[in-house]
Design a protein around this ligand. Structure first.
Ligand SMILES: *[C@@H]1O[C@H](CO)[C@@H](O)[C@H](O)[C@H]1NC(C)=O
Ligand SMILES: *[C@@H]1O[C@H](CO)[C@@H](O)[C@H](O)[C@H]1NC(C)=O
Ligand SMILES: *[C@@H]1O[C@H](CO)[C@@H](O)[C@H](O)[C@H]1NC(C)=O
Ligand SMILES: *[C@@H]1O[C@H](CO)[C@@H](O)[C@H](O)[C@H]1NC(C)=O
Ligand SMILES: *[C@@H]1O[C@H](CO)[C@@H](O)[C@H](O)[C@H]1NC(C)=O
Ligand SMILES: *[C@@H]1O[C@H](CO)[C@@H](O)[C@H](O)[C@H]1NC(C)=O
Ligand SMILES: *[C@@H]1O[C@H](CO)[C@@H](O)[C@H](O)[C@H]1NC(C)=O
Ligand SMILES: *[C@@H]1O[C@H](CO)[C@@H](O)[C@H](O)[C@H]1NC(C)=O
Ligand SMILES: *[C@@H]1O[C@H](CO)[C@@H](O)[C@H](O)[C@H]1NC(C)=O
Ligand SMILES: *[C@@H]1O[C@H](CO)[C@@H](O)[C@H](O)[C@H]1NC(C)=O
Length: 365
C-alpha cells in the first residue's frame, strides 16, 4: 500500500469513528463508560450496573454474566429484571404460588408466591392479583411503603371445565382483583375447600399470583399448565427519591431532571419523575439532558408547506420568494404575491406594461 492509500484509509477510519462517537453522544441513555446493556435488557441512567453509573443505590442493577445471555437483577436481590423504561415502569419476574393435590386428595408441598422490594411499589394500574383453579382460595398479604399491612383474596370455583370461558377471568376457573397502590412486599398462597375432589382430572392444582394484567390471558389450559410456570411478569413503578417535584427543586444539587426537561410526581408511591419538554427527546435524567428534535428532517413532525427552519425546541415555516403566508399546512400556507398590471398607454398605443408585486399586509389571506 502506498502513502496515498494509507491516507484515504485513515480518513475513512476517522470518519467512521466520528460517526460512531457522534451517534453515541447524541443518543446515549447511559453514562459514559457505563454498561448500557445486560444481556438483552437496556440499562438507561438513572439505572446502572457499577458504582458511579447509577443515581443512587435504589437504581443499582446486578448483571450476572456467568449465565448466557447475562441476566439483570434489581439491587443484589433475586428479582429478575425484564425491561426498564424511562417513563417510570419496570418489568420484573414474580413467583407463582401453587397448591397441588394427588388423586386421592393428599396435598403436595405447596409453593408460595412472594416478592420483597426494598423500594418502588408494584403498579396498581398494570397488575392484578389472580387466583386460578376450580376449588381455589387465593390469598395475598402485603406491606405498603409506610409499613401498613394489607390482606385480601379471591375465590375461584368451577363445577366442570365446560363452564369455564376462555379469556374471561370472572370467578369461574379464574378470579382477579385489583391491588392497592404503594404495595412493596407480599406473600400469596392458594388453598382449597375440598382437596380438588371431583374435578381433579381437569384441575389438580390451584394457583395464586400477582402479574401484569396484559400478560395473563386465562384459558382452560391454564387449569393444568400453570404448574410448569414458576415466574410471570409484573410491573413496578419507579421514581426518584421520596420528595415531590416542588421539594426536590429547592436543592438543585440532587435534582434529577436535567436540561430541557420537566418534573412530575409519581402516581404510585413517593418521589418524582422527569420527562423531556415538548420539542426535545432523549433521557431527561442524563447529565446532558434532553436533545432538540430536528422537526424539519421528518415531514411527520412539521407542518411546513415549503420551507422549514429548525429552532431550539420548535421550528418555523416560511414561504419562498414571490410567495407570502405563514407557510403552514394548517395555517395560511403560501400564496403567490398578487401582481398589479399597469398599462401605460399613449393614445391608443400600448407603450409598456409594468408589473408591480403587491406586498399583502400581514395577516391577510
Ligand atoms: C449468577 O448466576 C449463577 C447461576 O445461576 C449463580 O450460581 C451465581 O451465584 C450468580 N452470581 C451472582 C453474582 O449473583
Ligand atoms: C383433604 O386432605 C386432608 C389431608 O391431606 C384431609 O385431612 C382432609 O380430610 C381432606 N379433605 C377433603 C375434603 O377431602
Ligand atoms: C412473607 O413471609 C415471610 C417468611 O414467611 C415473612 O418474613 C414476611 O414477613 C411475610 N410478608 C408479609 C407481607 O406477610
Ligand atoms: C380454550 O383455549 C384452550 C387453550 O388455548 C383450547 O385448548 C380450548 O379448545 C379453548 N376452548 C374454547 C371453548 O375455545
Ligand atoms: C409440564 O412439564 C412436564 C415436564 O417438563 C411435561 O412433561 C408436561 O407435558 C408439561 N405440562 C404442560 C401442561 O405443559
Ligand atoms: C395459559 O395457557 C395458554 C395456552 O392456552 C398458554 O399460552 C399460557 O402460557 C398459559 N399461562 C400460564 C401462566 O401458564
Ligand atoms: C427520604 O429519603 C431519605 C434519603 O434516602 C431518607 O433519609 C428519609 O428517611 C426518607 N424519608 C421518608 C419519609 O421516607
Ligand atoms: C443538596 O443535595 C445535596 C446532594 O443530595 C446534599 O449533599 C446537600 O447537603 C443538599 N443541600 C441542602 C441545603 O439541603
Ligand atoms: C412551536 O411554535 C408554534 C408556532 O409558533 C406554537 O404554536 C407552538 O406552541 C410551539 N411549540 C412548542 C413546543 O413550543
Ligand atoms: C410530561 O409529563 C406531564 C405529567 O404527566 C405531562 O403533563 C406532560 O405533557 C409531559 N410532557 C411531555 C413533553 O410529554
Amino acid at each position: 500500500m502506498d502513502r496515498k492509500e494509507n491516507l484515504v484509509l485513515l480518513a475513512a477510519a476517522a470518519a467512521l469513528l466520528w460517526m460512531v462517537i457522534s451517534a453515541e453522544t447524541s443518543q446515549a441513555t447511559h453514562l459514559p463508560g457505563c454498561q448500557d446493556k445486560c444481556g438483552d435488557v437496556s440499562i438507561p441512567y438513572p439505572f446502572g450496573t457499577s458504582e458511579g453509573c447509577y443515581f443512587n443505590e435504589h437504581f443499582r442493577i446486578t448483571c450476572n454474566t456467568t449465565i448466557t445471555p447475562p441476566l439483570p437483577y434489581l439491587w443484589s436481590s433475586k428479582v429478575k429484571v425484564l425491561s426498564i423504561s424511562l417513563d417510570g415502569h419496570m418489568r420484573i419476574l414474580t413467583y407463582v404460588g401453587t397448591d397441588c393435590y394427588s388423586k386421592s386428595g393428599v396435598r403436595e408441598s405447596p409453593t408460595k408466591s412472594f416478592a420483597v422490594l426494598p423500594a418502588f411499589p408494584f403498579s396498581n394500574t398494570r397488575n392484578k392479583f389472580f387466583g386460578v383453579g376450580c376449588d381455589t382460595l387465593a390469598l395475598i398479604r402485603g406491606v405498603d411503603i409506610s409499613g401498613k399491612l394489607y390482606s385480601t383474596g379471591c375465590v375461584s370455583f368451577c363445577n366442570d371445565i365446560g363452564s369455564v370461558t376462555n379469556g374471561s377471568c370472572n370467578g369461574i376457573g379464574c378470579c382477579q382483583i385489583p391491588i392497592p397502590g404503594n404495595l412493596l412486599n407480599y406473600n400469596a398462597t392458594a388453598g382449597s375447600f375440598r382437596n380438588h375432589t371431583g374435578i381433579w382430572e381437569s384441575n389438580p392444582c390451584g394457583f395464586a399470583f400477582l402479574a401484569e394484567e396484559e400478560s395473563f390471558i386465562f384459558t382452560t389450559a391454564n387449569l393444568t399448565n400453570i404448574k410448569n410456570t414458576t415466574l410471570l411478569p409484573s410491573s413496578i413503578d419507579w421514581a426518584i427519591g421520596n420528595q415531590t417535584c416542588e421539594e426536590a427543586k429547592k436543592n438543585l444539587t440532587g435534582y434529577a431532571c436535567k436540561a430541557n426537561s420537566g418534573c412530575y410526581n409519581s402516581r404510585n408511591g413517593l418521589g418524582y419523575l422527569c420527562n423531556c419538554s415538548a420539542g426535545y427527546m432523549g433521557n431527561p435524567y442524563h447529565p446532558d439532558g434532553c436533545q432538540d428534535v430536528d422537526e424539519c428532517k421528518d415531514p411527520n413532525l412539521n407542518k411546513c408547506l415549503k420551507k422549514c427552519q429548525n429552532t431550539n425546541g420548535n421550528y418555523t415555516c416560511s414561504c419562498p420568494k414571490g410567495y407570502h403566508g405563514d407557510g403552514r399546512k394548517d395555517g395560511e400556507g403560501c400564496s403567490a404575491d398578487q401582481l398589479l398590471v399597469v398599462k401605460i398607454l399613449v393614445g391608443k398605443h400600448l407603450i409598456f406594461r409594468v408589473y408591480i408585486g403587491i406586498l399583502n399586509e400581514p395577516g391577510s389571506r
